[in-house]
Design a protein around this ligand. Structure first.
Ligand code: HDE
Length: 688
């Protein structure tokens, strides 16, 4: 991906040109194609005189610059996109006539954008937040946008509440902060007054909201959709993305430090993974069920605050998505990509889920505002890759206008490429459904259980994960200034799980335990634990796609370095060298290795595990560097595996780790590199 680099100096004075067009560099022009003779100096009256309005070249340049920004997305502003393909594993023709699912092995191009929800475009990647997971499939029968999240449920049940939810989560309007954080009064005030949000809030307090990498998280379509086959048979379907690399998250303290060390941690990881050929991959799964299941299921399948446990309706894997190409231009593609939940294709349909119905208005509306008019569909990243034939015309920036005389129908002009007709046999058909009832604003009683699945989620976690949830609530609520809001939230937790409520109340130092919140329905205590909801119960047991940070100083052991890095390569894992100087260090055999990071630029939070290779003298020197001490003490505190040799002990001692050796430490003189990698496959030493 690296560009070739050649410095051509620009002295910028004396009125000469320093970067002339040549064989290598073509002539620069204005946007109108007029060749530019001087791009350094504006036109002026006299050598030291004022500028002239006549300077059409400068005016055009600055005018264009002034208009470079478009409105950022009102939510999901910070995102990162990549191209790839979706491969259909087998035909699903018995379930759906969607063209993308008809032929085994067929590859369909996709563009996928991941995002955080609350923060602005420049906010840090490791905010505690839901991650957007939006996929545009360029199918042969039109674009299908599956605009999902990495959490399978949502905060609210009706789109009507979306502006309130988002206002409450974003920076408070009088002060303009906090940025990219829900840890403030407005958010917790809103959710504590909206019991329907309690299930999703529980997910947001879990490790799901601080993924290690965008590559290591699941994705969900959230709503129930419909599959329709060629005979017109209908089934309900929920979509799931399962990461091939397995799930993995960071710990909160690590997230906080990562945001400082590398605010672009997730996008850089995506960029690097695609660049080095470790293409991120997910499998697409479907939970398919019929009307009878929907009628018998404990909850309403049109309620987006509920999921269907995988143990109840298994996820059938139907294909895989591989992201193998970064964008050519971030603005053109990642910024201008316009996802719309309304973009579906024959063989799929919506359900009456009131959240989905509202979304179908919102996305089209927001893209028109963001991208400046109705022709955003003609921007290459948004344009379908199948033929489009219609009589829509004109408008701002219309690039594809119909050729010929016909722009209406019915018409009596002869048939041809520019005279399309509707096609009852193959065209999109909405599923037929009987509707009746009064016109009313109403929340169905079947939507009133707000706590049972929150409880099920919490109880399905491992102890480590439960502890993370407890401390996430305590952290967030401790940033809330108004005690009654804290208490109100705890009153909901009492309806979910008493132990959790007590832990949070204790962590907050609440003076008095509130009464449980009034509940529309009692919490069900009979829902079975669902192992699929836990990250740690589904640990991937691999170090593939992960990164080891190797802290070295001059004289480091060449043999251990070589055997470890070879073992990492065979695992499909990566490493970076961190040294006191970015120029690098010499190994014990005298060979010089360039460093990837200087110590204060490569803290251990950037890595999945660490290895320290130094000499005793080197370790003494490292012991005097604050960031080197942080490197190992953070790795320890974040439950990371630490590879070492005895020479490194002075550094560990200085970092306060004397006597802290546990099974998460691997002595590379006593153990082979293979044993080390085998241990790293556990990803963290949670027992610490
Ligand atoms: Fe969105 N959402 N949303 N959302 N959403 C947007 O569209 C909206 C919801 C999601 O990478 C906006 O282009 C409403 C659920 C993703 O470009 C906007 C409601 C889920 C993205 C919008 C929801 C999502 C968006 C802002 C409640 C998961 C980023 C900019 C009814 C299933 C897509 C834009 C990208 C973006 C509206 C709820 C996912 C304003 C009204 C539920 C991944 O149209």
């Amino acid at each position: 991906m690296a560009e070739s680099f050649k410095y051509s100096g620009n002295k910028g004075h004396g009125g000469e040109l320093h970067q002339k067009a040549s064989d290598e560099h073509p002539t620069m022009t204005t946007a109108q194609g007029c060749p530019v003779s001087d791009d350094q100096n504006s036109l002026r009256a006299g050598k030291r005189g004022p500028g002239l309005l006549e300077d059409h070249i400068m005016r055009e340049k600055i005018f264009h610059f002034d208009h470079e920004r478009i409105p950022e997305r009102v939510v999901h502003a910070r995102g990162y996109g990549a191209h790839g393909y979706f491969e259909t594993y087998d035909t699903l023709e018995d379930l759906t006539c969607a063209d993308i699912f008809q032929r085994k092995g067929e590859k369909t191009p996709v563009f996928t954008r991941f995002s955080t929800v609350a923060g602005n475009k420049g906010s840090p990647d490791l905010a505690r937040d839901v991650r957007g997971f939006a996929v545009k499939f360029y199918t042969q029968e039109g674009n299908w946008d599956l605009v999902g999240n990495n959490i399978p449920v949502f905060f609210i049940q009706d789109a009507m509440k979306f502006p309130d939810l988002v206002h409450s989560a974003k920076a408070e309007p009088d002060r303009g902060f906090p940025q990219a954080q829900t840890a403030h009064d407005n958010f917790w005030d809103f959710v504590s007054l909206s019991p329907e949000s309690m299930h999703m809030v529980m997910w947001a307090m879990s490790d799901r909201a601080i993924p290690r990498s965008l590559r290591f998280m699941e994705g969900f379509g959230v709503h129930t959709f419909k599959f329709i086959n060629a005979k017109g048979d209908e089934k309900y379907v929920k979509f799931h993305w399962k990461p091939k690399g397995g799930m993995q998250s960071v710990v909160w303290n690590e997230a906080l430090k990562l945001n400082g060390a590398d605010p672009d941690f997730h996008r850089r990881d995506m960029w690097e993974s695609i660049g080095n050929g470790g293409y991120p991959e997910w499998e697409l799964g479907v939970q398919v069920f019929d009307q009878q299941f929907a009628d018998e299921f404990e909850f309403d399948v049109f309620d987006a605050t509920k999921l269907i446990p995988e143990e109840q309706v298994p996820v059938k894997i139907v294909g895989r998505m591989v992201l193998n190409r970064v964008v050519d231009n971030f603005f053109a593609e990642t910024e201008q990509v316009a996802f719309c939940t309304q973009n579906i294709v024959p063989g799929l349909d919506f359900t009456p889920d009131p959240l989905l119905q509202g979304r179908n208005f919102s996305y089209l509306d927001t893209q028109t505002k963001r991208l400046g008019g109705p022709n955003f569909t003609q921007i290459p990243v948004n344009a379908p890759k199948c033929p489009m034939r219609h009589f829509q015309q004109d408008g701002h920036m219309a690039m594809q206008n119909p050729k010929g005389r016909v722009n209406y129908e019915p018409n009596s002009w002869s048939a041809g490429e520019n005279n399309p007709r509707e096609c009852p046999a193959h065209g999109f058909k909405s599923s037929s459904e009987q509707m009746s009832g009064d016109k009313l604003r109403y929340r169905s009683d079947t939507f009133s259980d707000h706590y049972s699945q929150a409880r099920q989620f919490y109880l399905s976690q491992t102890e480590v994960e439960q502890a993370h949830i407890q401390s996430a609530y305590v952290f967030e609520l401790s940033k809330v200034e108004h005690v009654p809001i804290r208490e109100r939230l705890v009153s909901h937790l009492l309806n979910i799980d008493e132990t959790l409520a007590n832990k949070v109340a204790e962590g907050l130092g609440l003076q008095e335990m509130p009464d449980p919140a009034e509940a529309a329905m009692p919490t069900r205590k009979d829902l079975p634990v669902s192992d699929a909801l836990s990250i740690l119960k589904n640990a991937p047991n691999t170090f593939k796609g992960r990164k080891l940070g190797i802290l070295v100083s001059d004289g480091f052991d060449a043999d251990i370095f070589e055997s470890v890095t070879n073992a990492l390569k065979s695992e499909g894992a990566n490493f970076e060298i961190i040294a006191p100087q970015v120029g690098g260090a010499k190994c014990s055999k005298g060979k010089h290795f360039k460093a990837d990071q200087v110590i204060n630029g490569g803290p251990s939070v950037l890595y999945d595990a660490v290895l320290v290779l130094t000499t005793e003298e080197g370790a003494e020197k490292l012991a005097a560097i604050a960031e080197a001490k942080d490197f190992v003490s953070d790795a320890y505190a974040h439950m990371k595996y630490i590879g070492y040799t005895n020479e490194a002990k002075p550094l560990f001692k200085a970092a306060g780790l004397d006597g802290k050796v546990d099974n998460g430490w691997i002595d590379l003189e006593a153990h082979s590199a293979d044993k080390f990698i085998n241990t790293l496959r556990n990803l963290r030493f949670w027992k610490r």
